[in-house]
Design a protein around this ligand. Structure first.
Ligand SMILES: Cc1cc2nc3c(=O)[nH]c(=O)nc-3n(C[C@H](O)[C@H](O)[C@H](O)COP(=O)(O)OP(=O)(O)OC[C@H]3O[C@@H](n4cnc5c(N)ncnc54)[C@H](O)[C@@H]3O)c2cc1C
Length: 399
């Protein structure tokens, strides 16, 4: 197995670098590099640049308008995006609901929804989790009762990421409360957020940001043609979607960019009259996480090489999820430690673009605590790390 990039892959990397230079506006890059707060327009500009380049559906087959990249090309693209300072590509439309529509949707759904994802007409959010139904997702209670040509939906979703920006939500709903197993009574519905009876309420997280929401459904009328696939088969589609949710879960590109930033901070901060990066204890912790990251990157490349030659990742995706999120969290923890007391004040206004007030500590300090708290989510969503460990224990170790 050769883990080095081929000349073609290196040429592709140059192409990506040239695109990023031309396609990411300077002000947007400065926001990312400075850890500023992003708004919908920031995501929109980035997605539009990708869309115009034909790269938004980077995981899509060419027949639906994707670029037909190999797994290694996708990895290179992701890594270069983080290194350059591009915003993340929001997965809900392009990497979550789209693959489900492609595989299980009707022709009319494919013709209607897929182009609207690529041209940014529709922004999607994910309506899976409910209070009490996260890891135990099959216990979800939001109901959809068929009345003529419509379903009447009632219930509540929670943790809906960026639901405040979304035009549409894909939802798991219970269509048969009497099924023998809870998984057998679930369906997959596409719902317009403008439908009367849909209410979005913000949840403000530990770091003070509005990233997630509750979404309530009060007698929401959803046309029957918005059902994907068959009624009561939604669990199969939901699981298929989750395999796509875990695409890029290794977090290699994001961790490499964050590690570089951490080193820059540790060079700037001073301990006992010397740069912090020369402190033996702190330097050891940076070295440890860097070695972990290098080993993790090799594992990721091995998995990608396997996928490229026709294999499918199994337990490896659980391993990549656990290690990737642990490493990313360790880097934010070290950054928080590096700035010491400057991590204590919460200066929300310093995260706004164009802030010219008095920063507490160096310019780079304001986003550090926010990132530390925000990154706690990594080990929770996309299937919590404990659940991934259960999967490895059962399917891998036979325990
Ligand atoms: C920032 C953020 C964004 C999110 N965005 C979305 C979104 O857009 N759409 C969406 O649908 N959902 C979203 N989620 C929800 C996410 O998928 C759930 O939080 C996750 O599945 C865990 O469910 P829970 O929060 O109900 O915790 P619980 O399932 O109640 O788990 C609580 C704790 O118990 C542990 N645990 C649970 N069961 C077991 C077990 N069997 N063995 C061992 N340990 C166990 C868990 O690992 C966790 O540590 C988001 C969550 C967060 C934090």
């Amino acid at each position: 197995m050769d883990l080095n990039f081929t000349p073609e892959e290196l040429a592709f990397r140059d192409e990506v670098r040239a695109f990023l230079k031309a396609g990411v506006p300077d002000d947007l890059r400065a926001k990312i590099k400075g850890g500023k707060r992003l708004v919908k327009d920031d995501y929109f500009r980035w997605h539009k640049a990708l869309s115009e380049q034909g790269w938004l559906g980077s995981n899509w087959p060419t027949e639906f308008g994707g670029p037909g990249w190999t797994p290694v090309q996708k990895h290179i693209f992701e890594e270069e995006c983080y290194a350059y300072g591009a915003p993340r590509t929001l997965p809900f439309g392009v990497n979550m609901v789209a693959p489900v529509i492609m595989k299980f949707g009707s022709q009319a759904q494919k013709d209607y929804y897929l182009p609207r994802i690529l041209d940014l007409t529709d922004w999607w959010c994910q309506g899976y989790s409910e209070p009490g139904s996260g890891s135990d997702l099959a216990s979800l209670r939001t109901s959809a009762v068929r009345e003529g040509d419509h379903y009447i939906v009632n219930g509540q979703k929670t943790w809906t990421t960026l639901g405040q920006y979304a035009d549409k939500i894909f939802c798991l709903v219970r269509t048969n409360p009497n099924a023998a197993k809870p998984q057998e009574g679930i369906s997959f519905l596409l719902i317009d957020m403008e439908t009367p009876g849909v209410t979005v309420r913000p949840i403000i997280l530990l770091e003070g940001e509005h990233e997630v929401n509750e979404v309530w459904f009060d007698n929401v009328k959803v046309p029957v043609e918005n059902l994907v696939g068959e009624e009561n088969k939604g669990w199969t589609y939901a699981k298929y979607l989750l395999t796509h949710e875990r695409t890029g879960i290794a977090n290699v590109g994001s961790s490499k960019a964050a590690l570089l930033h951490l080193k820059a901070i540790a060079r700037d901060q001073v301990k006992n009259g010397r740069p912090l990066i020369e402190d033996p204890l702190f330097r050891n912790r940076i070295a440890k996480v860097e070695i972990d990251l290098m080993a993790h990157e090799m594992t990721n490349l091995r998995v990608l090489a396997e996928v490229q030659s026709g294999g499918a990742p199994g337990l490896e995706s659980s391993i990549l999820k656990i290690r990737g999120t642990e490493i990313r969290q360790e880097i934010t923890d070290l950054a928080r430690r590096a700035i010491g007391p400057y991590a204590i004040p919460f200066q929300s206004e310093a995260l706004e673009e164009g802030f010219n007030g008095e920063p507490v500590g160096p310019d780079y300090a304001a986003p550090i605590a926010k990132q530390y708290f925000n990154m706690r989510k990594l080990s929770i969503y996309g299937g919590s790390n404990e659940i991934q460990k259960n999967i490895i224990a059962k399917a891998g170790l036979g325990l």
